[in-house]
Design a protein around this ligand. Structure first.
Ligand code: PMP
Length: 361
């Protein structure tokens, strides 16, 4: 029996997607790859609800975040980093390492960003060039209201909006154009039902205008290279073909299923997980109003060894969940329910958690 991998990415792959990743190699500068790239680009634009540009890089999600930063910013630019967890901190760190002047707004772990606070922070930064914000911080399983935040940022400043949607896009509502987002970063191994290895960046017209004056160093992640090659339906560099085979098929399936259905399916699975966790007497880290559609964080009860529970679930029940990261290590467990996740995957996971907890008490 394959492992019921319920960490928040990578996720198990549907059998046909997994099989696709084993296909023979092809020439990435030939006609077959051109068809794949054109189809993936079209489908990804549909899923992100954008008429902007979309590029696929062979990298993890962090590479896509770095792409967002280095293509529109210059050293010394004032940037507001809105962080609700580990991945928000990382976005700010990337900007800082490339020389941006980063102001950090951080919430308590388990909270979402408050639009009023962001408005206040922006008011104190008249020359803010960009706001960096995580849609769904996988470390706390909290989802920001990007529509509300972007409305405020757009109304009250000229700042670009760069969004880490690594663990939300393809699972949660995300309307890039309607919400006025400028760079949206995501990655193949999350809700997209594919393996790890492809970072995805979506780019608005405003972001392209900022590209013209951006002086941060870039080569591999320079979006102009991706654009130049996309015009001849090629990637600038050798892509992770095996992952792309899977991602192409998965994206087509998601586009056929329809965005609304994909989102509704994720919302159902998230609700099933939260109800299941509460049914076995455990507490969620966050309020349901900010809870993620793609991952759920559960408080570890007093006196329980979080790591021992993860190990026992894996060894005895063939289900693997994640612990907490950073300050939440030992304090929470996280269950991933993005991408290919059937109701029985969740039932089996909650069941295993309940049985292991009963053994430890
Ligand atoms: N941002 C978020 C919200 C994530 O969940 C992750 C991965 N867990 C990343 C960024 C980084 O992605 P990767 O590990 O693919 O670089």
């Amino acid at each position: 029996m394959p492992l019921n991998l319920r960490i928040p990415g990578p996720m198990p792959l549907p059998p046909d997607v997994l099989e696709a990743t084993g296909r023979p190699m092809i020439n990435h500068r030939g006609p077959e790859f051109a068809d794949i790239l054109d189809r993936m680009t079209r489908n990804m634009k549909t899923m992100l609800e954008t008429s902007g540009d979309v590029y696929f890089m062979t990298s993890s999600g962090t590479g896509a975040m770095e792409t967002a930063v280095v293509n529109v910013l210059s050293p010394g630019d004032a940037v507001l980093s809105v962080s609700i967890g580990v991945f928000g901190d990382r976005f700010g760190d990337i900007a800082e390492i490339y020389g941006a002047d980063v102001t950090r707004y951080k919430t308590e772990l388990g909270d979402a960003a408050d639009p009023g606070d962001v408005s206040e922070a922006l008011a104190a930064m008249p020359h803010c060039k960009a706001v960096l914000v995580t849609h769904n911080d996988t470390s706390t399983a909290v989802q920001n209201d990007i529509a509300a935040l972007s409305e405020i940022i757009r109304n009250e400043s000229n700042a670009l909006i760069l969004v880490d949607a690594v663990s939300s896009a393809g699972g949660s509502p995300l309307a890039m154009d309607a919400w006025g987002l400028d760079m949206v970063a995501t990655a193949s191994q999350k809700a997209w039902m594919a393996g790890p290895g492809i970072g995805i960046i979506a780019v608005s017209k405003r972001a392209w205008a900022a590209y013209e004056t951006s002086t941060m160093p870039k080569f591999y992640f320079d979006i102009a290279q991706y654009e130049k090659f996309l015009e001849i339906s090629q990637p600038p560099f050798t892509p992770a073909l095996s992952t792309i085979y899977g991602l192409d098929l998965a994206l087509q399936q998601l586009a056929d299923e329809g965005i609304e259905n994909v989102i509704a399916r994720h919302a159902e699975r998230a609700e099933q997980t939260r109800r299941g966790v509460q049914r076995i007497g455990l507490e969620l880290l966050s309020d349901a109003s900010v809870a993620s559609d793609t991952v759920t964080a559960i408080k570890v009860p007093e006196g329980v060894d979080a790591k021992a529970v993860v190990t026992a679930m894996r060894d005895e029940f063939n289900v693997e969940i994640s612990g907490g990261q950073g300050a939440l290590t030992g304090k929470i467990w996280r269950i991933g329910h993005m991408g290919w996740c059937e109701p029985e995957h969740i039932d089996e996971c909650i069941d295993a958690l309940e049985k292991v907890l009963a053994q430890t008490r």
